[in-house]
Design a protein around this ligand. Structure first.
Ligand code: CA
Ligand code: CA
Ligand code: CA
Length: 261
């Protein structure tokens, strides 16, 4: 006679093996309550501020970056978030490589402890990474909300010179905010990298169906040739920071994602 209890247990065990559990983790070094005036670079142009974190366990896939803004952040200005890999994991992000970025046009402004959460393309990191915010400095400059009670080594600020806001090594000033305060920038992570090319189901219905098939490629290419921004997933050199254009870089990145699933 078949033991149904054992069969059920076996089926559940196999299900557990085949579908890894998604768990969430937030990288954070502030205590949630900011207050100091914050850094105010004496320049205009791009300003990047953020924190270096060490990867904890399996939580190596970053899914969003959250930023609390300082009193000087102008209403109506967009806010970018950026994720960098530190190639030598030494706590110094001046050599860090930009992996991906994203923009919000509706950040929460006004000095408060409210975080603006900006989703990014889920991206795997290792060792140490730099999670950062970017905005263009104007007449008011204290853009970064800081927490004076959470002092440490992790906060870095970049501005000035020929800095384009992405290549940290090109900034005139790279300041490690040692033991002064912490900027309120956090990163959310999960332990499983999703399939980023699963955009469609059977019959080219929109939305993931758990499989990668020709439907996904067709839907992506339809978006691309229609000028749909859902196809804009890369920048020059197949950078993970989308530019304004739909080019071969976008298609190559999509196909790389497809074959990585
Ligand atoms: Ca480094
Ligand atoms: Ca699919
Ligand atoms: Ca593009």
């Amino acid at each position: 006679m078949i033991n149904l209890t054992r069969l059920t247990t076996l089926a559940l065990a196999l299900l557990t093996l085949s579908t890894p559990a998604h768990a969430q983790f937030t990288y954070v070094i502030d205590d949630g309550s900011g207050g100091s005036a914050g850094p105010a670079p004496g320049t205009t142009g791009p300003f990047v501020w953020g924190n270096v974190f060490s990867v904890q366990g399996d939580y190596a896939v970053i899914t969003s970056i959250s930023v609390a803004l300082g009193a000087g952040f102008p209403a109506g200005q967009s806010l970018d978030v950026l994720l960098y890999q530190d190639p030598n994991a030494d706590g110094d992000p001046r050599d860090a490589v930009l992996l991906t970025c994203a923009r919000t046009t509706t950040p929460i402004t006004g000095q408060s402890n409210a975080f603006t959460l900006v989703p990014i393309t889920p991206t795997r990191v290792q060792g140490q990474f730099f999670a950062a915010a970017r905005a263009t400095l104007g007449t008011t400059r204290n853009y970064a909300r800081t927490d004076p009670q959470s002092r440490g080594m992790g906060t870095w600020l970049f501005w000035g010179g020929a800095f384009d806001g992405t290549n940290l090594a090109s900034s005139a000033t790279a300041a490690n905010y040692i033991n002064l305060a912490t900027v309120m920038v956090r990163a959310d992570a999960t332990n499983v990298l999703p399939c980023l090319a699963d955009v469609a189901g059977p019959g080219q219905t929109i939305g993931p169906d758990g499989q990668t098939t020709a439907d996904d490629i067709i839907v992506y290419l339809n978006w691309f040739f229609a000028g749909d921004q859902r196809a804009n997933i890369a920048g020059p050199g197949q950078s993970g920071c989308p530019d304004a254009d739909l080019t071969a870089d976008d298609i190559i990145v999509f196909l790389n994602r497809f074959f990585a699933c």
